[in-house]
Design a protein around this ligand. Structure first.
Ligand code: GLA
Length: 654
């Protein structure tokens, strides 16, 4: 079963026909059909065109484009068009524009110019979503709803008075009483005791560090406030068109939104991914975010937007070399995407994104970009049977948004250098290099299907989460600065690792961050030397084996890495975690999909009964094959091993 009723993999992109005279539309759909495009996202920023005056709708142009698309066999991921409220609405209700932490109201003239808590905004979006759903409920092109666009991209939070009121309501629901709130927020510190709900406000710019629990609750609230916007539209869509799946495009591993919660409200998880061609680690970073997308609902997801070549929003926007668009696209499919879609179909001639690449560039059809678009369309058709297939992983990485928010709260931690994305990558990269499939998981989801669970950091860890980890029967790895605080950001009684203390058999007596640029040597029991940066801890072991000790420096001779039964703890951050990881993988009997001989730069992923081999390296690579089979991309029969050129790929069916 695919994500939509379109058979096979989806192929297409954002299409903004309102930016072009209608004469161009005929050429668009003709070229789309030639490239094998079977779906486009339409109407994302069309509110001001679809509703030019209050309650006055102009659907004519959208009717015509949807009819035209359908006549050429192209389906629509139809936006509810609520990503940018129109000027008339904003001018009537200037209070709906977002306000930053310093109290500056942001102007109209870009996109996402709304306060997520604004009732004016929410009501208007729901009315438009209803009008769209009622108009297009029976249109044969409609296969998916696209609500909003990249929530939290420009407006992740708003500090206005309306948001303050909404925040107070949210706090009342969470705490019930002011006593509850005062105690959770620890307002005895720095004299912040509240005596009336009306005194509560967002964590606006203040003379000094703002109460960290207030900030944590603000992050929870801000994610929920945007989710409420999505859910309000979704309810209407489900009422009017219950059979049409609803999505909103995620932004890979995004700090602001708790995607576990968000994904539960979606029918289809979709993602916008823009690996930087200038970043040598782009491939592994993309793989990590794709594995998150696959894990969110444990089902296929959709790469809804990606760049055919350069983007337009980095300081320097480097294009993709020939072959890279294909490689990046196949990578997303290998990691569970049921399609390959781009921003955007036709390159804009005006606006902030006129230099952003597109499937059909300014230069038209006699361009390398267009030739690569055509070739990719053909490859996507060759992989039609991939749609719907899944991946099963034996290893999971723990990702918890609340803990992430606590870890990256500025101004109140022993060090601001612990960044969750980097910590996740430090474990993910060696797993990826070994061809080992990885899921992401919240700490308290059912973990019993995994052999290895790694929590690179779990700063905020509740007793329930600790119990779920303790009940996990496989090999557990816990990274430093974990089990430090509870859900209110209060340090656990007795200090870290709090509720993990018994499981790990130790306590952290002192945090010992390492100054920038310095390193700390760590030596394992078998003499392997590791270099740690950024962080170390003074550990007191109650009942655990010492796997490695600090060598030199202020913690010389003290335990750095420990093991109790199946649980390993690291009080430090080795630059290379491979020696620790390999020992755990061996003990758990986890190996990569192609065995131990995967050449550097080659990514190996299994999806259903297909093996994807992707060469991200600069040199040709010879990859041993676990079994003989047929390469779906070329039709070649392969056995023994296969040579893969740089930026080339093999999809082996056996
Ligand atoms: C995201 C947005 C698009 C566009 C692209 C540019 O995907 O959703 O509207 O701005 O970024 O890369």
């Amino acid at each position: 079963m695919g994500l939509t009723r379109v058979p096979g993999l989806l192929f297409g992109g954002d299409y903004n026909p309102e930016q072009w005279p209608e004469e161009v539309w005929e050429e668009d759909v003709r070229l789309m059909a030639r490239a094998g495009v079977n779906i486009v996202t339409v109407g994302v920023f069309s509110w001001s065109r679809l509703e030019p005056a209050p309650g006055v709708h102009d659907f004519g142009w959208l009717d015509r484009i949807l009819d035209l698309l359908h006549a050429h066999g192209i389906a629509a991921d139809l936006a509810t068009a609520t990503a940018t409220p129109p000027p008339w609405l904003v001018r009537r209700h200037p209070e709906m524009l977002p306000v930053d932490a310093a109290g500056t109201r942001l102007e109209f003239g870009s996109r996402q110019g709304y306060c997520p808590s604004s009732p004016v905004f929410r009501d208007a979006t729901v009315r438009l979503a209803r009008a769209m759903a009622e108009r297009y409920r029976d249109h044969p092109a409609l296969v998916m709803w696209h609500v909003g666009n990249e929530y939290a991209d420009h407006t992740a939070e708003c500090f206005c008075e309306e948001s303050a009121r909404d925040f107070r309501r949210w706090l009342e629901r969470r705490y019930g009483t002011l006593d509850g709130l005062n105690s959770a927020w620890g307002t005895s510190c720095w004299g912040q005791h509240y005596t009336d709900w009306a005194q509560l406000a967002p964590p606006r710019k203040a003379p000094g560090p703002v109460n960290p629990t207030q900030v944590l609750d603000w992050r929870r609230f801000s994610s929920d406030a945007l989710l409420a916007c999505f859910e309000a539209e979704r309810r209407v869509l489900k009422e009017v068109t219950p059979g049409i799946p609803v999505t909103t495009n995620f932004m890979s591993i995004l700090h602001h939104l708790d995607y576990w919660k968000w994904a539960a409200a979606e029918d289809v998880v979709s993602d916008d991914a823009y690996p930087d061609p200038a970043d040598p680690r782009a491939g592994v970073k993309a793989a990590l975010s794709y594995d998150l997308m696959r894990s969110l609902k444990r089902q296929p997801w959709l790469l809804l937007e990606s760049a055919p070549s350069a983007v337009s929003w980095r300081e320097v926007n480097v294009p993709k070399e020939p072959g890279t668009m294909r490689l990046h696209s196949l990578q997303a499919v290998a990691h569970g995407s049921d399609g390959v879609m781009f921003f955007q179909w036709r390159q804009a001639r005006y606006g902030p994104e006129k230099f952003h690449s597109a499937m059909l560039p300014h230069g038209g059809t006699d361009t390398r970009q267009w030739r690569e678009t055509l070739a990719l369309g053909a490859d996507v058709r060759r992989l039609a049977e991939v749609a719907g297939s899944t991946t099963s992983a034996e290893v999971a990485l723990v990702l918890d948004w609340e803990s992430w928010w606590g870890l990256e709260a500025p101004e109140s931690l022993p060090s601001n250098r612990l960044r969750l994305h980097a910590l996740l990558l430090s474990w993910y990269a060696p797993l990826h290099a070994r061809g080992i499939a990885v899921d992401l998981t919240p700490p308290d989801r059912d973990l019993s299907g995994y052999k290895v669970v790694i929590a690179p950091n779990l700063y905020l860890c509740t007793a329930e989460q600790a119990a779920a980890l303790a009940a996990f029967p496989g090999r557990l790895v816990v990274g430093p600065f974990s089990g430090v605080v509870d859900a209110a950001d209060h340090v656990h009684e007795g200090g870290a690792p709090g509720p993990l203390r018994e499981l790990l058999g130790l306590r952290t007596e002192e945090f010992w961050p390492i100054p920038d640029g310095l390193t700390q040597e760590v030596v394992t029991a078998d003499g392997t030397r590791l270099v740690a940066r950024t962080w170390s801890e003074w550990l007191e072991v109650d009942d655990a084996q010492v796997v490695a000790r600090y060598c030199g420096g202020p913690l010389d001779g003290r335990p750095a890495i420990t093991r109790r039964g199946r649980a390993t703890y690291l009080g430090c951050l080795p630059e290379d975690v491979a020696p620790v990881l390999d020992e755990v993988l061996d003990a758990a009997g986890v190996t990569g999909v192609t065995g131990p001989d995967l050449p550097e730069g080659v990514e190996a992923c299994r999806r259903g009964d297909l093996l994807f081999l992707l060469n991200h390296g600069a040199a040709a690579a010879t990859v041993p094959l676990p079994a003989s089979g047929t390469d779906l991309l070329t039709g070649r029969h392969l056995h023994g091993s296969v040579d893969i050129a740089p930026r080339d790929a093999v999809v082996l069916k056996h």
